[in-house]
Design a protein around this ligand. Structure first.
Ligand code: SF4
Length: 75
């Protein structure tokens, strides 16, 4: 999975940068985190990072990880 940050939700706590300094950087000017490199992470690691963001700003990148199509309802 690949992650992205919603800057409107980020409160700049910096937990992401602490956990993954190669991926996230909190900008001193804006006070929000950005993704500086976007490796494909194992699902478990990506989901753990999403869970550890206190504001819900870290999200699964939908452009890289599209929601699988649901099969048609056969009822
Ligand atoms: S952990 Fe979440 S709220 Fe904190 S800086 Fe990172 S993206 Fe922003």
């Amino acid at each position: 999975m690949r992650l992205c940050v919603d800057a409107d939700l980020c409160i700049g706590v910096g937990q992401c940068e602490l956990l993954e300094p190669e991926i996230f950087r909190v900008d001193d000017d804006t006070g929000t985190s950005t993704v500086i490199s976007a490796p494909i992470l194992p699902n478990q690691r990506a989901e753990a990072l999403v869970d550890q963001c206190p504001s819900g700003a870290i999200q699964i990148d939908p452009d890289v990880n599209p929601t699988p199509a649901t099969p048609p309802d056969t009822d």
